[in-house]
Design a protein around this ligand. Sequence first.
Ligand code: AMP
Length: 443
Amino acid sequence: MPHTTESPLSFSSLSLAEELLKAVEKIGFEQPTPVQQQAVPPALEHKDLLVSAETGSGKTAAFLLPTLHHLLSRRSTLFGTRALILAPTRELAQQTYNQCRALAEFTELKIGLITGGEDFKQQQGALRRNAEIIIATPGRLLELINQDAADFSHLDVLILDEADRMLDMGFSDDVLAIAGHCNDERQTLLFSATLTHYGVIKIADRILKNHYKTVALNTLHDGHSNIQQQIVLADDNDHKQKLLAWILLNETYDKALVFTNTRLKAVELQGPLRGQKLRVGVLHGEMDQKDRNRMMSLFRDGIVNIVVSTDLAARGLDVKGVNLVINFDVPRNGIDYIHRIGRTGRADEQGLAVALVKSTEWNLMSGIQRFLKQKFERRTIKELEGSYKGPKKLKSSGKAAGSKIKREPKKAAAEKVKIRHRDKKNIGKRRAPSNKPDINPAS
Ligand code: AMP
């Protein structure tokens, strides 16, 4: 049973339809669980969501309640399914079906269950009888779609439950094919136990709308992730540059992405890496679209196998063979972190994500680990071991105890200014890349 003791909200304050509140009361749910509190309000606004929640957290009701509310508040006379819920296994689909029936008890909504192993003809019939809600496993549903037995052109809501498991079971192509048959204007809710999974972020980029909201809760630390995550401590940016070159020269990978927080830093890193004979390109938001496309195709074709990029490239970028991500700068928050590392790994492979962390970034990095409920492996590169070994004392939160933020040494700061001037000169008439965060206007 999920814990609900700290819940400040009640179900009635979630503005759900009367029929649903009556069902919730009859079932005996007293207060919304944390995932219900966080996911129901944006889902009711019809936003696309990526939600991390474990089984047992109350996630099923977190997507069923806003979906049922939506169907009740916007009646439709059109033929066809209005909500589709995909689940990885028959058992989960059956459980979701049972919960959906209980929550919809005081409504007239029709619910259909479509899973492998059951009678095909009967399931065709369920679709013909025009159930508003279909709960299905992807394989069987796709068979029915291929026989023109299903119509999702008026779909209002698509839900992917336990998306990580669905991808682990090899359903990625089926899920994309099914989403391709659904109304483009629909709302999509994607639930996954973990967000640091090779395919979840990629599939989110493909099927959620650009401005989807991420709700991170109860993320598992059970090794579900296919991405090995490491931290390498660094003394300063010079040290980071040496570590970066070492990793790129010594790790085994097909393609690598290096992330910086600013355009300027991305540009600065390119030269020294090229000097090491690495095949490096840069991608950031001040480049015009033609140059960006050119860089993407060089990267896709493997002519360039390392791209230094700002967060601009983190969203939506899907290049095969990226199995190494290096965070030169620690990203500003956990959501950016998962978007960055989500570029690596494929169904049958492990990805590696390495973050270079200096003392001023320690607390940010520990916040990201806390957000993900994960503890990353600490890696030391013997050849380049620095003097920074992490805080002497830690708070229970993992942050440094009693430490003031250390400023960069004056010499390094002066060097930075010098580099900036030099780059400005070199770039000539072209605009120098700014030191501001690179934010994709389209994301
Ligand atoms: P789920 O994470 O959706 O598999 O739900 C786990 C269990 O929690 C199920 O047995 C639900 O019936 C139950 N549950 C869901 N929401 C609540 C709630 N607000 N209060 C108490 N139990 C709940």
